[in-house]
Design a protein around this ligand. Structure first.
Ligand code: 2BA
Ligand code: 2BA
Length: 109
């Protein structure tokens, strides 16, 4: 068994959960925060048999979309009197960042 840990945009998480449960997969959604943008995202945990991993990855790919976002970079360390004009930089936020982990043991009590 594997645990698919997928960090997705919060707007994509609910449609993804709907598709997964309609197709009979079980999942858990956790509200998380991106370390770089410091904005909310969602982490969807899906425990599945090994052979189902590619199918679930396809569902994630189909339902999670790449977005462009602008961020203000952290200001540099400045000398007194220096002027800093922040210019936002564009970052591409992936549709999903996915980790597939081996599950040593799975129980339901
Ligand atoms: P359980 O299977 O006991 O699951 C309880 C909660 O544990 C689930 O809440 C989910 O958050 C998590 N969970 C269970 N299996 C998981 C897995 N393989 N990967 C990740 N997280 C897992 P809910 O999703 O709200 O489900 C509540 C109950 O509804 C489930 O109890 C199960 O009896 C039923 N259920 C869930 N998904 C289903 C589905 N796709 N088809 C039919 N019944 C489903
Ligand atoms: P954030 O950390 O808020 O990052 C949002 C986007 O900003 C990233 O998109 C990436 O394009 C950019 N970015 C992040 N860290 C950066 C850095 N140190 N320098 C320059 N640009 C940076 P994605 O790579 O698609 O990641 C989307 C979200 O997935 C991330 O949100 C984070 O929550 C999670 N994530 C991505 N890679 C991860 C990893 N290796 N471990 C844990 N979480 C990860």
């Amino acid at each position: 068994m594997k645990l698919i840990m997928s960090i997705v945009n919060s707007d994509d998480a609910r449609p993804l959960l709907e598709v997964l449960s309609r197709k009979g997969y079980r999942a858990t959604m956790v509200s998380t925060t991106g370390g770089f943008l410091r904005e909310g995202n969602s982490t969807v945990l899906i425990g599945v048999e090994d052979e189902l991993v590619p199918t679930v990855l396809d569902l994630i790919k189909e339902n999670c979309h790449t977005r462009k976002q602008f961020v203000n970079p952290l200001p540099p360390i400045m000398e007194p009197g220096e002027l800093y004009m922040p210019s936002p930089i564009e970052v591409q936020v992936g549709g999903a960042t996915v980790f597939v982990l081996d599950v040593e043991r799975f129980e339901r009590f």
